[in-house]
Design a protein around this ligand. Structure first.
Ligand SMILES: C[S@@+](CC[C@H](N)C(=O)[O-])C[C@H]1O[C@@H](n2cnc3c(N)ncnc32)[C@H](O)[C@@H]1O
Length: 251
């Protein structure tokens, strides 16, 4: 389902500068500025179309939260779709990425956050919170605590959109890690560390988290599942490539 009004608005040029390649690499794993630039509006359109197909109208949102916003790839894409009465929040643990957001995306309120909750936002103050490729890097305690924080922040009837390494990645994991695949099957959750923990930090892309949709449902207690878009049938897409995408409603 295509939102033609949003498609038209997203044809307008974005005023946000494109970050240097090293920042792009931290969030997207490549350094291609043109590809990154094009993905900003395309991702917001992707979000809107997935919401619309699930029966959710993004125009009702007055307070949006981009959790793990990186250097504001998705935040930048909202420029022509929100007016001054809509709050657009972004948080990330990486100060370099947030510094870029603060200098270049004046219509978003961005700040550095900690690896664990809370965020400095009031209970029930968010209508729509999304996280693109963030639960894909969180430990089990962080995954659980952030799901709880989403439940605290999102107003009743509000929406969460979360991506995770799911249906598309399970066969790849089975090929590469017997132990990982077994853990995923038995527990519904598996955290893989590329390299050594001493060479990296919590939340970095060296951590790859996998989960089943059944596990995701348990994690997001307090939400009903509106729709799950499996990566196997809906990837690649600009929001989260081949990851599964869950749309959840706060009950
Ligand atoms: C793969 S990047 C995706 C960035 C952005 N969502 C996008 O799609 O362009 C993952 C981001 O999550 C951030 N992150 C990881 N753990 C976090 C946490 N506990 N709280 C906030 N941000 C976190 C990382 O710093 C990084 O910017």
């Amino acid at each position: 389902m295509i939102d033609t009004q949003a498609t038209k608005l997203l044809q307008r040029e974005l005023s946000t500068a494109v970050p240097p390649g090293d920042l792009i690499f931290l969030v997207n794993g490549h350094r291609d500025g043109a590809n990154y630039a094009a993905s900003r509006g395309a991702t917001v359109l992707n979000i809107i179309n997935l919401l619309t197909a699930a029966g959710v109208d993004y125009r009702n949102f007055r307070s949006l939260l981009d959790f793990g916003c990186g250097c504001g790839r998705i935040l930048a894409g909202w420029e022509h779709l929100i007016d001054g009465s809509t709050k657009l929040h972004g948080f990330d643990i990486n100060p370099t990425l947030i510094e870029f957001c603060q200098k270049n995306i004046p219509f978003a309120r961005t700040a550095v956050s900690s690896y664990f909750p809370p965020l400095p936002l009031a209970d029930g103050s968010v209508d729509f919170a999304y996280a693109g490729s963030v639960w894909t890097h969180l430990s089990l305690p962080a995954s659980m605590q952030w799901a709880g924080e989403f439940a605290r922040l999102i107003a009743t009837g509000g929406i969460a959109m979360v991506s995770y390494h799911g249906s598309y990645f399970a066969p790849t994991l089975a090929q590469n890690s017997k132990e990982g695949s077994q853990q995923l099957e038995e527990r519904g959750f598996y955290l893989h560390l590329h390299g050594s923990a001493t060479d990296t930090f919590d939340g970095s892309n060296h951590y790859a988290t996998f989960m089943t949709s059944a596990f995701m449902r348990q994690l997001f207690a307090g939400f009903e599942v509106v729709r799950i878009y499996p990566g196997v049938s809906h990837g690649p897409n600009p929001f989260a490539s081949y990851q599964d995408i869950a749309i959840l409603r706060r009950i």
